[in-house]
Design a protein around this ligand. Structure first.
Ligand code: ADP
Ligand code: MG
Length: 279
């Protein structure tokens, strides 16, 4: 498939964030970036969660992490030196090395502590020709690592698990994004809220979907991620779903989500979408 983006268009940076753990951030980061790589877009996933689940999910186990996103935050490594290829054509990864766990404490004392990643990626955006998308898989808290991701990004995707009280957690993350937009990164827009682990047989899931769509309208992805056991098995084989089980419902969904992502991102370039705030 030809790349619709022109080769001289700027690389776009997208954070995948939600302060709640276990909502499908990493699963989305791995499989959405893999889908885009397979569609012919030059894509890199940066893992800034010290747990390193995205790194594991793309086949880089703990012992072989070497230099990764800590070097970017510390300013000691260049993006192009530490991004490495994965088994998916077109997809590279900057893994999370164990040092990242201490980064938050160290960052507090550094100058421009909120914009370390932004500075590291600015040079990457200029230097790397043909890089289309950089995704950042955030840790499950709104700490300095997540703030760095949101400050470095053009837009954010919020994965949301379809469960009881989902909306309450969502308000917390949209408030934080709005504060960052006002104070640190006026360019930050919302790419979309993505409902994950949808079980159509469960009435509660459907109710949550109706509530979230009622409140956030067009900000919510039309496509949802179904609950699919293949998606949860793939990371232990170090593979995105497209290599592990390409015919699974999870693979089909993330392929559709990648197409919806592209349409949403193209629309955002001309018309940024602010994060809706509760009235
Ligand atoms: P987060 O990064 O937000 O903490 P993960 O993507 O790691 O969340 O997902 C949490 C757990 O749920 C993981 O074990 C993952 O494999 C599983 N999981 C995520 N999405 C799905 C899905 N659509 N269907 C089934 N299991 C899923
Ligand atoms: Mg995760």
């Amino acid at each position: 498939m030809p790349r619709p983006r022109s080769s001289d268009s700027l690389c776009r940076v997208i954070a995948i964030a939600n302060q709640k753990g276990g909502v499908g951030k990493t699963t989305t980061a791995v499989n959405l970036s893999a889908a885009l790589g397979l569609l012919g877009y030059k894509t890199t996933l940066i893992d800034i969660d010290p747990q390193g689940n995205a790194s594991t999910g793309l086949g880089i186990d703990r012992s072989s992490r070497g230099c990764g996103s800590y070097g970017l935050l510390a300013g000691t490594r260049d993006f192009s030196d530490i991004a490495r290829p994965t088994a998916v054509n077109g997809l590279s990864i900057v893994p999370a090395e164990p040092d990242l766990a201490g980064a938050e404490v160290e960052l507090v004392n550094l100058q421009d502590r909120e914009s370390r990643l932004k500075s590291a990626l600015q040079s990457a955006r200029q230097k790397i020709t043909g890089q289309d998308y950089i995704f950042i898989d955030c840790p499950p808290s709104l700490n300095l690592l997540s703030v760095n991701a949101l400050v470095a990004s053009d837009s954010v995707i919020i994965p949301l698990q379809s469960e009881f009280l989902a909306l309450e957690g969502l308000t917390q993350v949209t408030n934080t994004i709005e504060i960052i937009r006002r104070k640190l990164n006026p360019e930050l827009s919302l790419n979309g809220i993505l409902l994950t682990m949808m079980d159509r047989r469960n009435n509660l899931c459907e109710q949550v979907e109706a509530d979230v769509r009622g409140f956030f309208g067009a900000s919510v992805y039309r496509n949802v991620v179904p609950r699919n056991v293949r998606l949860s098995e793939a990371p232990s084989h170090g593979m995105p779903i497209f290599l592990y089980e390409p015919k699974s419902a999870g693979a089909v969904a993330y392929h559709e989500i990648a197409n919806e992502f592209l349409a949403r991102d193209t629309a955002l370039v001309t018309q940024p979408r602010k994060v809706p705030q509760p009235t």
